[in-house]
Design a protein around this ligand. Sequence first.
Ligand code: SAJ
Length: 448
Amino acid sequence: MSNGLDQLQERIDRGTATAGVVGLGYVGLPLAVEIARSRFRVIGFEVSATVAAGISAGRSHVEDVPTAVLAELVSQGLIQATTDAARLKDCDVISICVPTPLNKTKDPDLSYVVAAAESCKGALRRGQLIILESTTYPGTTREVLLPILESTGLKIGTDFALCFSPERVDPGNPVWRTRNTPKVIGGVTPRCTAVAMAFYGKVFDTMVPVHSPEAAELVKVYENTFRLINIALVNELAQACDKLELDVWDVIDAAATKPFGFMKFTPGPGLGGHCIPLDPHYLSWKMRTLQFRTRMIELASEINAEMPAYVVQKASDALNDRKKPLKGSRVLVLGVAYKKNIGDLRESPALDIIRLLQLKGAEVRYHDPHVAMIVDDGHTSIQGLPLHSDPLTDQLLRSQDLVVIVTDHAEVDYVRVLREAPLVLDTRGVLRGPGGGKLVTLSGVAKG
Ligand code: SAJ
């Protein structure tokens, strides 16, 4: 007598399995599209009726998913979206892609994950595979999700399967997309891993099975901790170069010529996005419960968090050298998104820089081709919200006392900015040549 997972395996092999994706944001929607491209029917689950309706109408709200691509898959009946969690029972494979933020005390907030697990519990039946994709601490899948699902009386590894598979989405990356980025997967039992490999193996080019969900959970947090620490190292290097009166960009570029044993990171105005600044704290939190301090994460987080204040100090010094107090100066922040070529403001250091400049009495404006407006999201204490992106005219540039390049969007002509503005502070190394006495860099070197 075949068990639930045998029947699931058959549906996967025949291509008749239905997939569910819970959470259709920058991770879930690209995943839903790739699963549909493998010709599986996909039901997307959203808490937002507006988002669900938009997707069912073939409209994408995610920069990395072109509406034309989504509309085609919707028209073929391969993707639909709903707010009705009861329809999870129609899904053979359910991928959970909901947010895992930190709460105000920097502790993990698993409320979205638990809510999704409770919805899956309500619909759980034989022959279902549940995959958690949300970044979290090692142990979440086994300690939080498994008990919820087993409370139904169904048996893990025979009736249903449960795995963890980290999302590896780099928003805006033109090369590494959902399908061609190797996919790590770890099941609660070997059978769970096998059936997940069978399904995801039809969606992703390369599968990377690991021995447990804990290993898969830690892989993801380690990847992002690796970035957090190396970004902090290079931010500290920038401050050291300031003291040594060396150009940090020259040093990094020369170091990057080492063909082995080195990976280039670049200093910047701070650490933004909703992954790198937050995910490592999931590991810190877990290790504290095991009486272990992750000192590297704590120190790196401090260094990165200090960068906005360092940038504002550099701005103050640059104006001071021109006998201009920051107070009353007109300062244009050029680029406010958390990284280049996207419009995402989450955790953006630009917001801290604007707030700090305002606190010192500067008149602050901004331009960002990807961010039309900064609104009050309840997290920022920027004054005078909403702020609107000013058109980057020569007149605007000439009227400023200082332009601070915070986010280096590709479509801005930085040579024009340096030509027209009286003084430029470049926190991203986009202006490398002589600055005619008008250019200050992050390592404080004024370019002659
Ligand atoms: N940053 C630096 N210096 C660097 C690299 C980044 O200051 O050398 C800053 C960026 O400006 C940004 C922040 O760090 O404010 C995060 O940048 P990021 O490039 O890590 O971009 P994210 O957070 O959008 O995406 C990352 C993914 N990026 C890359 O691998 C390049 C990846 O780490 C994860 O797949 C993703 O987070 C995630 O979802 O966890």
